[in-house]
Design a protein around this ligand. Sequence first.
Ligand code: UT7
Length: 322
Amino acid sequence: MTIKISGTGSALPEKILTNKDLEQMVETSDAWISERTGIKERHIAEEDSVASLSAEACRRALSDAGKTAEEVDLILLATCSPEMLLPCSACQVQSAIGAKNAVAFDINAACSGFLFALQTAHAYIVSGMYRNALIIGAEVLSKIVDWEDRGTCVLFGDGAGAVFVEASEDDHTGIQSMTAGSDGSRGGVLYCRERAVDYKDAFENEGIHICMNGGEVYKFAVRQVPDCIEKALTKIDLTPGDIDLFVLHQANLRIIEAIAKRLHVGMEHFPYNVDRVGNTSSAAIPLLLDELNKSGKIQKGQLLVLSGFGAGLTYGACVVRW
Ligand code: UT7
């Protein structure tokens, strides 16, 4: 038995912050950001929260799947930037959409969070404990970014993506293989100790916003992601050449190009939206998946690899037949 994705949805805040806007805020340039990352613009939440963006993404995923909120058994929300410690964002979403029969909780594995949540839902549904789940990746990273640090503030964006998953009657449709891993000994290369209560405090305390050794994360990603993709594919006797679309974590276009090169697969199999949304951490994969699904770029029967990496350090991959 396995699970399949029956619906997708997403939500982005209205406000767009371009590289040109950033030139007015820190010592940077559109040329530097574009060449080093591929990012042109990102969405920034003003009124929106992780919970409100997630609720909208879930409504759209449910509508795409033809399901009602009351039919949902489980809500798993992956985030590392919730507005509140308690209650968890998943419970706020449950209340907002009226999924009164669901069990709801959050998962934090940073940028790998959506993948880990998908794998958790797979385990729950295959065990028979629940029949279906809403899996969400959502971030409002703009509230934990240091807007005076040009090394990080140009990278991140806000948004939410969601999928509705359910037991698949046909083992050949849905998740075919999974891998995941963590290396806590390297947690110091990307961290945020706490978030500012009054955001102005963020500039006075090191560690109260996102701190990153970008070079180390870059090296980790270009080695670890192809590795875990190869492992997930080998488990089911496939090779990278068999895959139609690689839906990767959208951190940096150069990282995606380096991964494509290592896998010996052309960039036409690596769709991206990092140019328009920046790095949205756990929201990146479901945001892109929704964009591809709604624009008809994924055909039934196609093979997809979903794969990501992030703080922790964490990484994972899923092979999915659509
Ligand atoms: O979701 C996972 C989270 N993180 C990531 O995936 C990040 C992975 N890492 C990266 O994407 C890249 O390492 C970065 C985009 C963060 C940085 O690119 P890089 O090519 O590794 O640049 P660098 O850090 O080596 O910096 C090169 C230069 C430095 O100046 P000097 O020392 O050569 O004079 C930086 O100070 O670029 C400077 N720099 C900037 N210049 C203009 C750093 N940020 C900026 C900026 N604008 N925004």
